[in-house]
Design a protein around this ligand. Structure first.
Ligand code: ZN
Ligand code: ZN
Length: 305
């Protein structure tokens, strides 16, 4: 199971009723934050999932609305009694260390170590944070921007009837279930004898700020939830979307359709879009169950069988 919360849905600047685009992912008690603009720590506190448990921070790119909240957040995590032995891993595009360390001129003393991890957008480059696998792909924005795919694997089902048929006593079954071979009374038993076929895991895509393209569609194919930027609602703003390297609602909806995302949440609304719900039909016409992102909207991605 993966829990996901939207911390904000704004682009460019925070508004009195709209935090900047950011998301929080909870897996096995560990929190992964995606992007940290100005005010993100306030939204985190309002959500109440914790701050001390943030072990990984993924930064999409170095525009202020996605990273300027970092020094304050790191100080707050530092004050939350996160210990010396609990590093925070900060992942981002090339130069992530340089950019964050520059911001840390105003937050030099932290009780925990920081591990920096650059990603270049090679989809084969994978980070495994306690079973949560992180991959990235480069988007089409004004500056290098990482589009993230977070996923967990799932082992094959254990088939008790098959295990019974092998004649192996029950107390040894757990070893087969874990994928180990067992030798009992001179006979060797293999996991394949008692396990079903591979099963689908769970995945989440986070796609902002970017123009849509085929590479990204392939990279995010089949995700259970796609959180996708939709900076402009009005179709008349399409030229602006092209020029500023963002997307319209309709374009985001089309990404939802072509990736075959099971759920689609829109985010990163322009400050000029005063009522993100107003333009819903633009997206709904293509992706009927689209969700217009709201602050602190949450969901749990769970196995269906
Ligand atoms: Zn942005
Ligand atoms: Zn940007």
């Amino acid at each position: 199971m993966i829990d996901v919360a939207l911390l904000g849905t704004g682009g460019t600047l925070p508004l009195p009723n709209r935090f900047l685009s950011s998301a929080l992912v909870r897996y096995q008690g560990q929190l992964t934050l995606i992007d940290c603009g100005e005010g993100t720590q306030v939204s985190l506190r309002k959500l109440g999932w914790g701050l001390r448990e943030i072990g990984t921070i993924l930064i999409t790119h170095f525009h202020a609305d996605h990273i300027s909240g970092m020094p304050g957040l790191l100080l707050t995590i530092g004050n939350s009694e996160r210990g010396k032995s609990e590093p925070v891993t900060i992942v981002g595009p090339k130069r992530i260390r340089h950019i964050v360390e520059s911001l840390r001129v105003i937050a030099p003393y932290l009780p925990f170590p920081i591990i920096y991890r650059e990603m270049t957008g090679d989809p084969h480059d994978e980070i495994n944070q306690g079973g949560l696998k992180i991959r990235s792909c480069i988007g089409d924005h004004e500056i290098p921007c990482l589009i993230y795919r977070l996923s967990i694997d799932r082992g094959p089902a254990f088939l008790p009837d098959k295990a019974k048929a092998t004649g192996l006593p029950v107390k040894y079954w757990k070893h087969l279930q874990r994928g180990e071979t067992v030798t009992y009374e001179g006979k060797t038993f293999y996991p394949d004898e008692v396990l079903g076929p591979p099963r689908r895991g769970l995945s989440l895509g986070y796609m902002t700020d970017t123009r849509p393209n085929q590479n990204l569609v392939e990279f995010l194919s089949g995700v259970d939830l796609l959180i996708c930027e939709a900076t402009y609602g009005d179709p008349a703003d399409y030229p602006k979307a092209v020029e500023n390297k963002h997307m319209t609602y309709a374009e985001a909806a089309l990404v939802g359709v072509t990736t075959q995302a099971k759920q689609l949440w829109l985010t990163h609304f322009s400050p000029a879009n005063h009522n993100p719900e107003f333009f819903r039909p633009q997206a709904e016409a293509l992706y009927p169950h689209v969700v217009i992102g709201r602050e602190h909207q949450t969901t749990t991605l769970a196995f269906t069988d």
